[in-house]
Design a protein around this ligand. Structure first.
Ligand code: PMP
Length: 424
């Protein structure tokens, strides 16, 4: 039964049982309305309240201001955000250049267009830091949409680690573009178990708040640690790890990228510049203007996310700091057990880049890894420790230590790791 299992899957991840119990009732009859939450109109007042409460609770828990940041619910997953970030932030770059040229050239639209074309050709760059499989996919999507000539590879972990992920290149080696349209990184690489230990200092804004435009994918570590939201222009994450169930993706976007501050370029202008035209459903401006209801949104998914946030706020009076302390404790228990047996376990990523969410390791006994890992997984399953198989692209073992894993679950896994090493 559910109570016997601790599920360490990487996503979709386990959700708190009490949230699911409440949700199962809400699916049949939401708050005595006689209609389930998935049946109510997304245009109803009830749906709008669910959206607005989830937005406010997210801002409250992560401690950012809704005056400066808009929260939008999107529907194309983390993968959709790889494209959305390209479209919207390149669009914002075009919009800024256009406004600057208009100041210089007045109403001479032809001259503006020629100058803009020249700027696109000579100055437009988007920067990617590739530290694992997901930032690699985002980098490739940018290359596909824009053309490789516009995409600058700032750093690639594989070049300093025998062709494999597992390290974060030293910032002194990063090749940042001058005035990139944005700098992109993945804060936690789910497949490779690599997490940035802190916000990169080279990207930190100066005392006046001026700095690069930073985009981060936080799909697999959002809500687990404090983040300096003000350092980012865009943070996005799929819900299906720490926030809720699959089906909704969240973007936290600096309001200066939305009207009236920034208006996205029109389709004809983008066409003239040879730049990609975003599908309307990936335009933040459109989604924000409609409070995430441009088209039919799954209110059930937003409801679940909202319930998870309410539970977090109730559990941790000091908000994300409280959850962070627990996440660190759980991770140190599991890494501690692994490090105690270096003859059997090898943690894949470098110590400085170890993820607190996705703990990736190999298991070897008597010179054999593959069979030993199979035995390890079988023995773990017998104890109710499931979902531990590594991603198909890298193999090995991965324990996803998301927020819904209780401390006791991490203790149980740490004990099993210790016992398995000691058993002959
Ligand atoms: N980014 C990260 C860090 C992920 O872990 C994942 C999925 N596991 C994605 C992006 C892609 O998300 P989706 O499957 O929702 O497109």
């Amino acid at each position: 039964s559910r109570a016997d299992i601790t599920y360490f899957g990487a996503g979709p991840a386990a959700l708190p049982t009490d949230v699911l119990e409440a949700a199962s009732k809400a699916l049949l009859d939401f708050n005595g309305t006689g209609l389930g939450i998935a049946e109510h109109s997304h245009r109803s007042e009830l749906a709008t309240n669910i959206i607005n409460e989830a937005k406010a609770d997210l801002a409250n828990y992560l401690e950012f201001s809704q005056d400066n940041y808009e929260v939008i619910f999107m529907q194309a997953g983390g993968t959709g955000e790889f494209a959305a970030s390209v479209y919207n932030l390149v669009g914002a770059w075009v919009s800024r250049q256009h406004a600057a040229l208009k100041k210089d050239l007045g109403d001479d639209e032809e001259a503006i267009l020629a100058a803009l074309r020249n700027k696109v050709e000579t100055e437009l760059k988007v920067d990617y830091i590739v530290t694992g499989g997901w930032s690699l996919k985002a980098y490739q999507e940018a290359q596909r949409l824009l053309g490789p000539e516009y995409v600058n590879l700032v750093a690639d972990s594989r070049t300093i680690n025998d062709g494999k992920f597992g390290k974060i290149p030293d910032e002194s080696t990063w090749k940042l573009s001058k005035d990139a349209a944005y700098v992109y990184f993945c804060d936690n690489e789910t497949v490779d178990g690599v997490e940035f230990p802190a916000f990169p200092s080279i990207l930190t804004p100066d005392a006046n708040g001026n700095g690069p435009i930073v985009v981060a994918d936080m799909s697999s570590n959002i809500l687990s640690r404090r983040i300096p939201v003000n350092n980012y222009s865009l943070i996005f994450f799929g819900a299906q790890k720490n926030l809720g169930c699959t089906g909704v993706t969240v973007a936290i976007l600096k309001k200066s990228f939305l009207p009236p501050h920034t208006v996205q370029p029109s389709a004809p202008l983008l066409r003239k510049l040879g730049l990609p035209i975003p599908p309307i459903i990936l335009q933040y401006e459109i989604i924000a203007k409609n409070n995430s209801l441009y088209n039919t949104l799954s209110i059930f998914d937003v409801y679940i996310a909202g319930q998870v946030l309410k539970k977090l706020l109730k559990t941790y009076p000091d908000k994300v700091d409280g959850q962070q302390a627990v996440a660190e404790k759980k991770a140190s228990l599991i890494y501690g057990a692994l490090d105690a047996h270096p003859d059997v376990y090898r943690v894949v990523p470098d110590k400085a880049a170890r993820s607190k969410m996705n703990i990736c390791f190999r298991v070897t006994k008597n010179g054999d890894t593959d069979e030993t890992e199979k035995t390890f997984l079988k023995a773990a399953t017998v104890l109710g420790l499931t979902g531990l198989k590594g991603h198909r692209s890298v193999g090995g073992i991965r324990a996803s230590n998301y927020n819904s894993i209780p401390l006791e679950g991490a203790e149980k896994l740490a004990k099993f790791i210790d016992d398995f090493a000691k058993a002959s």
